[in-house]
Design a protein. Structure first.
Length: 732
């Protein structure tokens, strides 16, 4: 129920919003290959290959053991595309982190760790996992909010390349036949990770077990990956999946549905050490393990190749058509689970949801007379400033296919909007990958938060020159507990926020024709400090990918040449609710940015045509910090200044304050530069849309902005702006 409106009943929120969105779009998107039923989503890439992608969270393990939790987060999500269809070669990683404030002064009781310790541990864990595995880390974000002190959010994603055909079989096929062998490949089983899935679904408390965090070994996993792709190409197995949450119980239980049953002998499983009970072997989430379906006539060749490649492989039993998952130890039956009960027997939860708009008051900000200082202050905010000291330590170059990189400009330190990867070095085709995430908007409306996340992910793709022909999205929800209990009195409101977010996601994805091909949810992101409950702000991460036929048409965000014309594309409104600018004054405001797809979609189509025709020299989206931040970043990234007139900025409503135009976070906007020789062609292409030439790139090293009155309101050296932007984490 919303406010005083009539109550309504929603039958399965996932199916009626997320799944329905993709089903509707699938009617006209013939490039969708596999969605919702495998480890990762798959779309067509070229005639010979499909693109797969998956994003996971590893929040609770990273809260308890930041290094280990994050390392297993990245190597764990690597196994999802690897275990999709017949198996993928992995081509890129992404990571998005949400932490508490690194300068937190409160003393935190166990098991809570200081946000600075979590930040350093998570960063090191993902770096070691990704770099050691030989997979480029090309896109992501790092956000900060005090409410993430209780539980950080650690999103890790991986893209893969799947052959369209493997022998005579479609590459995306999953087939299991009675009599096929159950083979576990990879690491040995230990007590680490037991009840990891259960632990991740609880409020973090002082008794949270450290043994629930898995111990990762990326070198072992790399050997497993290389061996499996070789075995795939030799036709030695029929299908495979990863051992993630639930370990063998889950992986074998899932694959058994394809044949109709399975018989597994746990005493055959290789162990790290003696002393594990059968149920521990069954449930352990020890890492680097894959479950492979091997035809009986090929089992000897499969095991021989595994031995040759130093990848441990063990035959644990066979798939059947008995209708049950039967488990044995030392020849004795210890478990017999009906498959229908195992997968469909859990009762559906019915949760109440009541939405009341939060109390909000309009912002009251003094106009001030030195907006240059305010720009530098916003540039230094934790959610705006440079994260280069962290991101630079990831390997963006391994495999040699990254063409538009995380850092851009004359000194390769400007913040890119998205990345482009060319996975086949003998082909011009590439993949653009981006993300959108704005959890602070949930303070006013979770629906607006979700809609803005989709819009940000898409405009980041457009900013690097991606076409709109083949764009897919992934949704990863991280939410405070929406289940009512004595200790959770506002559960109905949190559930209503989730409903509104799903409906907002659906609305914008349908409007932008972005099918949702994969996703994940994490619904227990709470912790306690004594009697105080700390809940994260409702958060949706939208990851977007686009297929690019020619990577040479990629665009970067840095100003290119003096004399180029600076344009603002898209209308600006006085939408500063939950903005970085208001947060600088400890205010929230009431006007959360609103996505208007009917206004944005024609604009996006025109921009895509302009980049396809190579008319755009630089492009940068407007997001955190608005126009002021985008102008500053494009200027100091290019090592060039600019002269801009705010009175020329296209407006969607009357605005009489310079700072509101500078710092508004209205969505669907870009700063572009165009060569004077292309001005006529560009303006004809964008004709009738909210576009204005607002200034020119200058050879002088300053950003000069004239206000609505015609007077100069900002005159700052780009070196000073850059110093402010780089200062917060310069010595980390």
């Amino acid at each position: 129920r919303e406010g005083d409106g009539e109550p309504r009943r929603i039958q399965n929120l996932f199916k009626t919003t997320i799944k329905k969105t993709t089903e509707e779009l699938a009617k006209k998107k013939d490039w969708l290959v596999s969605v919702f039923h495998d480890n990762a989503g798959a779309i067509r890439f070229t005639e010979d290959y499909h693109l797969t992608i998956k994003v996971e969270t590893h929040n609770s393990p990273s809260a308890l053991d930041p290094y280990g939790g994050a390392l297993t987060g990245i190597v764990g999500v690597n196994r999802d595309p690897l275990g999709t269809g017949m198996g993928c070669r992995l081509i890129f990683n992404t990571d998005v982190f949400c932490f508490g404030l690194p300068h937190e002064e409160r003393e935190l009781p166990p098991p809570l760790l200081h946000p600075r310790r979590i930040l350093r541990g998570v960063h090191r864990g993902v770096m070691d996992g990704a770099n050691t595995s030989g997979i480029p880390d090309v896109n992501g974000a790092i956000l900060f909010d005090r409410r993430f002190t209780g539980k950080p959010l650690v999103f890790c994603g991986t893209g893969g390349l799947l052959p369209a055909k493997v022998g005579d079989m479609p590459g995306e096929s999953k087939e299991v036949k009675p009599g096929d062998r159950i083979v576990m490949v990879g690491g040995r089983i230990g007590k680490d990770g037991i009840h990891g899935a259960t632990f991740s679904s609880e409020v973090l408390h002082e008794d949270s077990p450290a043994t629930a965090v898995q111990i990762g070994d990326p070198i072992t996993q790399r050997k497993v990956m290389d061996f499996l792709l070789e075995a795939r190409d030799k036709g030695l197995y029929r299908s495979l999946t990863d051992n993630g949450a639930g370990g063998l119980s889950s992986s074998v239980g899932e694959m058994a549905t394809l044949s109709g049953g399975a018989e597994m002998h746990l005493d055959r499983a290789p162990l790290k050490y003696d002393g594990l009970a059968p149920w521990e072997i069954f449930l352990s989430e020890a890492q680097e393990r894959m479950t492979v379906v091997v035809p009986p006539e090929k089992i000897d060749d499969f095991l021989a190749l595994a031995k040759k490649r130093s990848a441990e492989a063990t035959d644990l039993g066979e798939f059947t058509d008995s209708g049950s998952l039967r488990v044995f130890y030392d020849g004795k039956p210890i478990g017999n689970l009906d498959l229908e009960f195992l997968h469909e027997g859990w009762p559906v939860m019915e949760l109440p949801a009541v939405w009341e708009p939060p109390a909000a008051k309009s912002a009251s900000i003094p106009e001030g007379d030195h907006l240059g200082n305010r720009i530098k202050s916003v540039l230094s905010r934790l959610n705006v400033c440079s994260k280069e000291p962290f991101v630079r330590m990831y390997d963006h170059e391994v495999q040699g296919g990254s063409t538009v990189k995380p850092f851009q400009g004359v000194e390769n330190d400007g913040p890119g909007d998205a990345a482009i990867v060319r996975p086949l070095l003998n082909s011009p085709s590439g993949v653009a990958v981006s993300c959108g995430i704005v959890p602070r908007y949930s303070d006013l409306d979770a629906k607006a938060m979700a809609e803005n996340a989709v819009d940000e992910a898409l405009r980041n793709l457009l900013a690097v020159g991606a076409p709109l022909d083949e764009v897919a999205a992934l949704d990863n929800f991280c939410w405070p507990d929406p289940v009512p209990s004595v200790t959770n009195p506002d559960a109905e409101y949190k559930m209503a926020q989730l409903v509104r977010a799903c409906e907002g996601l659906q609305r914008i994805c349908l409007a932008y024709e972005m099918p949702l091909v994969s996703g994940k949810d994490s619904m227990k992101n709470d912790s306690r400090i004594g009697n105080e409950k700390i809940s994260i702000p409702p958060t949706l991460l939208v990851t977007a990918v686009a297929v690019i036929p020619d990577v040479s048409k990629g665009v970067t965000m840095d100003f290119k040449e003096p004399g180029d014309i600076v344009y603002v594309l898209g209308p600006t409104r006085a939408e500063l609710g939950c903005s970085e600018y208001l947060a600088e004054f400890d205010q929230r405001g009431d006007s959360v940015p609103t996505v208007r797809p009917e206004e944005a979609w024609p604009l996006y189509q025109a921009l895509a045509k302009a980049t396809d025709q190579r008319l755009v020299r630089s492009c940068h989206d407007l997001s955190d910090g608005g126009l002021a931040v985008s102008l500053a970043e494009s200027a100091f990234a290019g090592g060039l200044g600019a002269e801009v007139d705010l009175s020329l900025v296209p407006l969607g409503e009357p605005i009489d304050r310079d700072d509101f135009i500078l710092f508004s976070e209205s969505p669907s906007r870009f700063v572009l530069t165009i060569s004077p020789k292309d001005q006529t062609d560009f303006e004809l292409l964008i004709e009738g849309l909210p576009l204005a030439a607002v200034g020119r790139v200058s050879h002088e090293k300053g950003l000069r902005i004239n206000g609505l009155s015609g007077e100069t309101i900002v005159d700052e050296e780009i070196g000073d702006l850059k110093e402010a932007w780089q200062r917060p984490f310069k010595n980390y």
